[in-house]
Design a protein around this ligand. Structure first.
Ligand code: ZN
Length: 494
């Protein structure tokens, strides 16, 4: 079954075909973070969604070029730089580094290119000059350059491709200088903002005078430079449909005269504990807040991936605890399979007793149906159940375990859950992979021990080695030896 995705441009689920005549390469641009603060969990939903799209494309055999910009100059950033009496680079650099760290913690594949807006000023100016030359942009009395919606439409172009807009209500000559505005205020928007005292040191020279780019033109310039004037996929949160994405289409198509993007994909909003996230309600979480509560990036990722990307999702702390147990079920099953497989790694293709192939097919089928993630999880947990049944019967051969692990690796290439930090070798006689018998005695690891091992991994990451050593001793007192191996942590019952 071919991959189908909901395209906001056509408001329908369509079969994905890339522009590449060979049907192999796919260019994907995702609007990246505005680096003025730590990204919150609502932002992360969008980036995990983008990662799912990329991984699904790669799972389906496409060679993806994933570009995510870093917005390091816009209205909010300049305000914060002023308030913090900082320099632009110093201020944005801190949040950019934090963002990329968090992206890793959530198991997202790193984009192939991460252009910073401030490094594309020449491309931005060139794009604005093109629009001015085509009569679609003009310099107003305030010195700023604006995009003229009327002139754009006069060229036979359509403004309002992603969202129905009531353009009749638009008052001629009205302009909007700020980057963010509501659809009720549709108006000519700023491409280049003339320097004002509040901008401080943040300005660049240009043929239109000193100033700085508007937010929307930044993404047009960076995406065109990275992926070409027309490319396959553009992603973002649904709040970006208007004005950001609509303006991106207008600027790009206005300048090049070519269709900008084939597929527009938008992720839905996130509620936290049933309400819109807000600091005053106490339901505003950055990823770091959740890690401080003892949850892991893997658990947050799992929970974010349980809902379909076009549905509003209610993120709760209870849900995160549920994620912990769901992952523990998967990890336990994998731990037992690894114990049987030992050091063997060549899948036994002749015997696939767990119907791994059909599970994989169903898994792919679910994802290809506009990323039907609930159905995909359904397949994963069916697979876990069936595997556990065979494990309980003690009837899995080494080859079968290896095949099952290979099937999991394929599914996990999309889910991106990585591997648990803990490899559980619970067999009392365990001394090394080669000494394992095909059916070792499987001893389950008590929850208390597992949690201590988890905590040790977390404190080690935070470089609290004293606490890590204390946990090792505590485990020993409870009858378990913990060791670090190149594959992860090994637990052994004394
Ligand atoms: Zn953007």
């Amino acid at each position: 079954m071919a991959l189908k995705l909901f395209n906001t441009l056509t408001r329908s689920v369509q079969e994905f075909t890339p522009l590449d005549p060979a049907g192999k390469k796919a260019g994907m641009y995702c609007c990246g973070p505005t680096v003025y603060d730590f990204a919150h969990i609502g932002n992360w939903r969008t980036f995990v969604f983008a990662d799912l799209v990329r991984r699904t494309l790669e799972f389906s055999g496409y060679e993806v070029r994933h570009v995510m910009n870093i917005t390091d100059v816009e209205d909010k950033i300049i305000r914060r730089v002023r308030e913090n009496k900082s320099t632009l680079r110093e201020f944005t650099g801190k949040y950019e580094a934090a963002f990329l760290d968090d992206l890793k913690t959530l198991g997202c594949r790193e984009p192939h290119q991460k252009p910073r807006a401030t490094e594309y000023i020449a491309e931005i100016i060139a794009l604005i000059e093109k629009l001015v030359a085509r009569g679609i942009a003009y310099q107003a009395n305030d010195g700023s350059v604006y995009f003229s919606i009327t002139k754009y439409q006069g060229c036979g172009c359509h403004y309002g491709q992603l969202l129905k807009l009531n353009l009749d209500e638009m008052r001629t000559g009205e302009r909007v200088a700020s980057d963010e505005y509501e659809k009720e205020s549709v108006a000519d928007f700023a491409l280049w903002k003339a320097r004002v005292p509040d901008d401080g040191d943040v300005f660049w020279p240009s043929p239109f005078g000193d100033g700085r780019p508007g937010w929307h033109i930044e993404c047009s310039a960076m995406s065109i430079k990275a992926l070409g004037e027309s490319f396959d996929l553009h992603l973002g949160g649904e709040d970006l449909k208007f004005p950001h994405h609509e303006d991106e289409i207008a600027q790009s198509e206005g300048a090049t005269g070519k269709p900008f993007v084939k597929f527009w994909l938008h992720g839905a909003h996130l509620l936290v504990e049933g309400k819109k996230m807000s600091k005053s309600l106490g339901n505003f979480f950055t990823l770091r807040d959740l890690l401080a509560k003892g949850f892991t990036g893997r658990e947050v990722r799992y929970l974010l991936l349980t809902a379909h990307y076009r549905e509003t999702f209610n993120f709760t702390l209870d849900g995160l605890s549920g994620a912990k147990s769901a992952l523990a079920r998967i990890d336990e099953c994998l731990g037992k399979l690894r114990e049987i497989a030992g050091e063997n790694s060549t899948p036994n293709n002749e015997s696939l007793p767990l119907n791994d192939n059909s599970h994989l097919k169903l898994f792919a089928y679910a994802l290809h149906d506009d990323l039907n993630i609930s159905a995909a999880w359904g397949v994963v947990f069916d697979w876990v159940r069936e595997t556990n049944k065979r494990l309980a019967e003690n009837s899995l051969s080494v080859g079968e375990a290896v095949s099952a692990l290979a099937a999991w690796e394929k599914m996990n290439s999309v889910l991106g859950l990585g591997n648990a930090n803990i490899i559980i070798f619970a067999s009392a006689n365990f001394v090394g992979g080669s000494n394992l018998t095909a059916n070792p005695t499987v001893v389950s690891v008590p929850e208390e021990i597992r949690l201590l091992a988890d905590e040790r991994a977390a404190v080690k990451k935070a470089k609290d080695f004293q606490r890590a050593d204390a946990i090792r001793e505590e485990l020993k007192a409870k009858g378990w030896v913990i060791e670090d191996t190149p594959k992860g942590v090994k637990l052994k019952k004394i």
